[in-house]
Write a protein that binds this ligand. Structure first.
Ligand SMILES: [Ca+2]
Length: 264
């Protein structure tokens, strides 16, 4: 360092401090940026289930049949207006014990009508309470018809088994020819009330929230099927390995959905 620099350096340092302290006095502190997650979200699709009567056929399909599907569940799915209908802005999926002793219910999907990849899903729903009901708000990959399960992937945003004071979130996928699953339960306070079930889905990560509180997260990667379009399935099954023993006094019970909203 030569002798001029030796004297000039403290001078410039002092000058810089002066300049910066002046500028910080003149400009108020910068406001923190809002969270990008909420900043760029806009509504991609929703069904508010407004009004009364049949559900919107532009969005929904009825899946029919049953009586021993997948998990030995006993319900038969119908498109009957007793089992699936809108009432005062609420979707109702109602499981009924019929006079002949069989159980009818409904299962609706948005397959080939509404599907998407990534985003935020909010579903406000109230669950059935009677033992033996197995309600679910869930999604399958839209290549389900061609590759089958579990290759298509499954995201269960809300599923309730025999414990009516808790709900589960689960992902299923194929792992080298085996079914892989990762699920977690969370306590459901006030089970007789409406709650909001939220999916936060992005590349590399899937989270599930109950009433805005996150209780589930899974890290995903390219070997898993979660970077493709998925569609919705809403249903109430009865009995079987997941619904458990049906209450002997069962007459009917209902899952109610106020809305489903998808933001991206
Ligand atoms: Ca509604």
């Amino acid at each position: 360092m030569n002798k001029y620099n030796k004297y000039l350096l403290p001078f410039f340092t002092l000058l810089l401090i002066t300049v910066f302290s002046c500028s910080s006095e003149e400009n108020p502190p910068v406001e923190p940026e809002p969270e990008p997650e909420t900043e760029e979200e806009s509504l991609l699709w929703s069904d508010e289930f407004d009004g009364n009567g049949p559900i919107n056929g532009n969005f929904w399909n009825y899946e029919l049949g049953g009586g021993g599907w997948g998990n030995q569940e006993v319900q038969i799915y119908t498109d009957n207006s007793r089992n699936v209908y809108k009432e005062d802005g609420i979707l109702k999926i109602k499981a009924i014990k019929e006079p002949n002793g069989t159980y009818t219910s409904a299962r609706i999907t948005t397959q080939d009508k509404i599907d998407f990849k990534y985003g935020r899903v909010d579903i406000r729903a109230k669950l059935p309470r009677v033992a033996g009901t197995w309600p679910a708000l869930w999604m399958l990959g839209d290549n389900f018809s061609t590759v089958g399960w579990p290759y298509c992937g499954e995201i269960d945003i809300m599923e309730q088994f025999t414990n009516k004071s808790s709900v589960d979130a689960t992902c299923h996928w194929n792992n080298d020819g085996n079914v892989a699953s990762y699920g977690l339960s969370v306590d459901l306070p006030n089970p007789a009330d409406f709650h909001v079930y939220t999916l936060l889905w992005e590349k590399g990560r899937i989270k599930v929230l109950l009433d805005d509180v996150q209780f589930y997260v899974i890290t995903t990667n390219d070997s898993m099927p979660f970077d493709a379009n998925f569609f919705f399935i809403f249903n109430v099954a009865m009995g079987g390995t997941n619904g458990g023993t049906i209450d002997s006094g069962f007459t009917s019970d209902v899952m109610e959905v106020d809305y489903v909203r998808v933001y991206q």
